[in-house]
Write a protein that binds this ligand. Sequence first.
Ligand code: KG4
Ligand code: ZN
Length: 353
Amino acid sequence: MTRILGIETSCDETSAAVLEGAGDDVRVRSLVILSQDVHRVFGGVVPEIASRAHLTAIVPVVEQALADSGSNDVDAVAVTNAPGLVGALLVGVAFGKAFAFARQVPMIGVHHMEGHLFATVLEDAAAVPPFTALLVSGGHTLLIDVEAWGRYRLLGRTRDDAAGEAFDKVAKLLGLPYPGGPHVERIAALATTPGAQDRPRGGALRFARPMLRRDQRPGDAEYYDVSFSGLKTAVLNAVKASPSEADRAPIARAFQDAVVDTLVEKTARAAHAYRRRRVVLGGGVACNGALVSAMRERFARDGVDVFAPTPRLATDNAAMIARAGLFHLERGERSGLDLNAFAAMPIPGLVAA
Ligand code: KG4
Ligand code: ZN
């Protein structure tokens, strides 16, 4: 059994966690997440401010995680080293190295998106491979077939904006605060019927589903990929056409419906093609209740189980990093004190479809 410290500083959360266990039997002993609220003032994450805030927070956050876990001892350290804001990542990486060196324990660098794949299993032991994974965060939209831990096949990705990024930009267009996802969801829920009643021809407001033609076949370049920038433009045009406050709800609803429909269909294609019985969601957009219900509804008829993490583990956190790190350590992998931070990097073990 290993007690592992996880550290996550890739974007605007300073997080530390202590996990204990082996194989697929792992418990979260503590999890501290400090969200950098300051970026709200700027309507988005300011990299230099994020780095400085991580510097201020990293020591107390780790100390709190150790204290909450009931013991100061750990056998290993896992730290996010890619992808993300390099200055932000470096704070965690530098801390992780110093900690590992001082305590003479092994350290492992973890890919942030691989961490998201491991978040759900911390809450539900059944969320293990093989499964179809949909990772939807502020920076990434990835559809991955997970044959086993460490064996990943990239099926689809976004051609432009990430799903979370689309929610954030649409929130801005609707005059809602950053980060916009939860606000768009809240406003969309106010639209009882999709679309305003006084639309031309009386129809509900509906946006085109990007990259979603029913005649697409496996092997088509667009079969699994998504694209959200056109949808964003459609929202902009709708806002210009009806600037009244009352129209915000139907617009938010029509946008969310289009995103959800697209993500559900692409995920269903992947699960079907690889005959998976489980679908695992991850990333901040997996907090979206409409997305999770639509997934469950779509897959219920096929007897496929849909797993979604609770918001605390769906968004950025160090528990998922520790969990992914433990997997790699158990395979005998180690990072040296020359571990570096990278803005972009492929997930280890990921092959193209
Ligand atoms: O995974 P995450 O915490 O950070 C990244 O790694 O990017 O994801 C943050 C993203 C933001 O774009 C945020 O607007 C979105 O997740 N998000 C949501 C919801 N809650 C957070 N999007 C839609 N509906 C939500 N309820
Ligand atoms: Zn993330």
